[in-house]
Ligand binder design. Structure first.
Ligand code: FAD
Ligand code: SF4
Length: 332
């Protein structure tokens, strides 16, 4: 399968990149590691006349540590994140999630920014042009129907990026630069919840970095992912958990549970989070896992039956809670 023709642009600064995206509006898109975009270009799922390569922008790389937070450049490779002593020490949850993205080749090409901006996936969408041409287009490809949920007015393609749930659990923010300048926002707000256009980012803006607050003492985290091919695969379901306690073995003071690959965006399970607050983990764990099970609404034909995926949500949430609890009391 060949790459279609496009003009390759390599800006040296963020301002240049934004100017290029603004000039060729509609026909231009950014490439970072290319591990997702190149496949989509070959399948003609996206058609770009201009590809703006961010890899020449030196200040988009690296990890900066400050007293209460750390900032990671959007072009930092996932392989660097999974093995960085700084991240392993201060944001282990992100390192865990990065270490299970695809296979080693994807992680040595794939970047943090590219992983966060991963498009949603669907059996009827992630196919070659010829395959898709065998039926009329669906919402995501400009048509007026959905093959997964025939009566639905919207696209239900699934978000499966691994680092977003981990970072949302950690309370991360993203720095974005566009024609109007720079802004910072909660990472959670990057996800629209509409499978057709899942990332709330206009075509002229880029993510430049991710900012992670340093967790308080007595905190524990875990990311649990189930995939069909252990060596290289998207999650069937993922669950990221971040907990803080007043003291080792004490009551829970902060809880975040974020599910992955059960909907069009990484989703927090707020009822389950609330059920943990002010209680010891062992007293609240089963209830929280049950609430996660009840809240999950996976759709059929998305990597497993809805019932199977819901059961996985419960099992993975319980496991992640147990591991986070053990980490908080220093047993990991
Ligand atoms: C076989 C296979 C298995 C995979 N398994 C997994 C998996 O298990 N988990 C997983 O999460 N991913 C998986 N992936 C997808 C992909 O490899 C990773 O998500 C990777 O991190 C994408 O990063 P990238 O830098 O290569 O992104 P690119 O392909 O360069 O870009 C992806 C998207 O993000 C946009 N983008 C990139 N950087 C920025 C930025 N700084 N600002 C704004 N937009 C930006 C691009 O325009 C594009 O739309 C898999 C891919 C393949 C082919
Ligand atoms: S969920 Fe429906 S609209 Fe979305 S890509 Fe799949 S078939 Fe198309």
């Amino acid at each position: 399968m060949y790459l279609p023709q496009f003009k390759y642009l390599k800006p040296g600064t963020v301002a240049e990149a934004v100017a290029m995206l603004s000039e060729y509006q509609g026909g231009a898109g950014v490439i970072a590691g290319g591990s997702d975009l190149i496949v989509k270009l070959k399948h003609q799922i996206v058609n770009l006349r201009y590809v703006v390569d961010l890899k020449g922008i030196s200040n988009l790389y690296g990890i900066v540590s400050r007293a209460d937070e750390m900032e990671i450049g959007a072009l930092t490779k996932l392989s660097a994140i999974e093995s960085s002593p700084e991240i392993l020490n201060k944001a282990l949850l992100l390192a865990q999630a990065a270490s299970v993205v695809g296979g080693p080749q994807h992680r040595s090409m794939g970047t943090l920014g590219g992983n966060l901006c991963l498009d949603t996936r669907c059996y009827y969408f992630n196919q070659s042009k010829r395959w898709r041409q065998s039926r009329p287009p669906c919402y995501k490809t400009g048509g007026d129907r959905c093959y997964v949920a025939a009566k639905s007015p919207m696209c239900h393609a699934v978000y499966s990026g691994d680092t977003a749930p981990a970072l949302i659990a950690l309370g991360a923010r993203v720095r974005i630069v566009g024609p109007e300048g720079e802004r910072e926002q909660e990472l959670e707000l990057l996800y629209s919840g509409n499978g057709k256009r899942p990332i709330n980012l206009d075509a002229q803006s880029i993510i430049t970095s991710v900012i992670i607050p340093i967790s308080p003492p007595y905190a524990g985290h875990a990311y649990e992912k189930y995939r069909l091919r252990e060596a290289v695969d998207f999650p069937v379901v993922g669950a990221a958990v971040a907990l803080s306690f007043e003291q080792p073995g004490g009551v829970c003071t902060r809880a975040r549970i974020v599910l992955n690959a059960v909907g069009t965006a990484p989703s927090r399970v707020e009822e389950a989070e609330k059920s943990l607050l002010g209680r010891k983990l062992e007293e609240a764990l089963e209830e929280a896992a049950e609430l996660a099970y009840q809240s999950a609404r996976p759709i059929h034909r998305m990597g497993g039956s809805p019932y199977y995926k819901k059961k996985l949500v419960k099992v993975l949430t319980r496991r992640a809670l147990e591991k986070a609890g053990s980490m908080a009391i220093g047993n990991v």
